[in-house]
Design a protein around this ligand. Sequence first.
Ligand SMILES: [Fe+2]
Ligand SMILES: [Fe+2]
Length: 465
Amino acid sequence: MLESAEIVQRFLSAKRQVHPEVVAWIREQNDPGLVDRILRETPDDVVVVSRAAIPSIRPERDGVRFLSDPLEVLAGAAGSSDPITSVQDYVHYFRDRYTRLGGLVRSRVHAMPIEALVRSSRYRQQECTIIGMVIEGRGTAKGHRIVQLEDPTGVIPVLFNKNRPDFDQAERLVPDEVVGVRGKLSDEGSLFYGEQILRPEVPVSHAPFLSKEPGKAVLISDVHVGSNTFLPEAWDRFAGWLHESDEIGYLLIAGDLVDGIGVYPGQEQELVISNIDEQYAEFGRMLGDLPAHLRIVAAPGNHDVVRGAEPQPALPERFAAHLPENCTLVENPALVSLQGVRILMYHGRAMDDLISLIPGATYERPGEMMEEMLRRRHLAPSYGRRTPLAAAKLDRHLIDPVPEVLLTGHVHILGLCQYRGVLGVNAGAWQSQTAFQKQMNVNPTPARAVVLDLQTLVPEVLDFS
Ligand SMILES: [Fe+2]
Ligand SMILES: [Fe+2]
């Protein structure tokens, strides 16, 4: 198996630099002749070899989208989430997750079922790959990491040595994510030595769809109407700007539309509108004051009136009645197509879990958490933590298909990321620092709106604070 340092060195000897994304891809291919072939086929004037410079990585762009309407809700339309019954469907839920995410890894590498690997002695000390769901991970006394990995046939402890190159990735494994692990079975067959972690991933060849027609969308989240820290003047400046800019066709709002009631202890002291109907009425008035040609899509967040367990249903009629007709209500998460550009809207509560589980992760850089979600092809990998997930037959948090844009909110801090052709946007909030955030030392970046050009997917951040 080629290690990253060796790959980088071979490019340097040929007087080239290589993009880390290409290094990761080469390692995964496990093909000894690949570096030489890439060096041979890369044009002479290329200094940094990125995926775009390699002719054999052909961008796979799905260039055909059949559009019946410029705005379509592809997943998470109002009414599509299952009601929570007394018995949740854990078995189907985790099987669906394993089958679909494991399938993404399996499409790139040949993998063995754990039971077949352990049963036969002929695989001992031979390099192979297994695909499983992480049950739990812990550090050993010597600083290595042991992770229990389960597939439908069995469970095996996987040891990641702290001195091996993928150890940092092993430390970032979170419970219930699905990964492939390349490595070797121990002599006695009871332990797997993990060398390389293969995540479901966005394909290296992924190229985003671009709208053929001109069009712009504004992406925001976390309006928190009703809170005493909601910023009405900033919102008015935003509304005024929308009236002046006739290019904007769409407004997407990724949850926490209002501040809600009873969301946390003592919230009533921080509300200027303490009645939930009145909060949505005020939110509806604000949307009604925006240009009527705008097509608005609004999803709920953990402060909204619907159940907390995700997928969260769209706002019920009692509250939806306050909103103008140009507003489409969707669930959380939801996949929306604007002129063929797919935007995955997720409020982002699972960032709380990812930030607590991934070493070095912080609320200050939500872009990195969106990248972690994309690599795992899952919005909320860990079950049973702060993010309540409703276990239904299908796992609705899978990132499938790969969207052009991932829009999240919840952390109230602006963050952007670009990962393998996917744009990640965490839009900030319309609320200044709350007492709770002050206590937690979270410094929000309120009153930002991200303008997305649907023909280029280039984001522009506007500051209305
Ligand atoms: Fe929020
Ligand atoms: Fe939130």
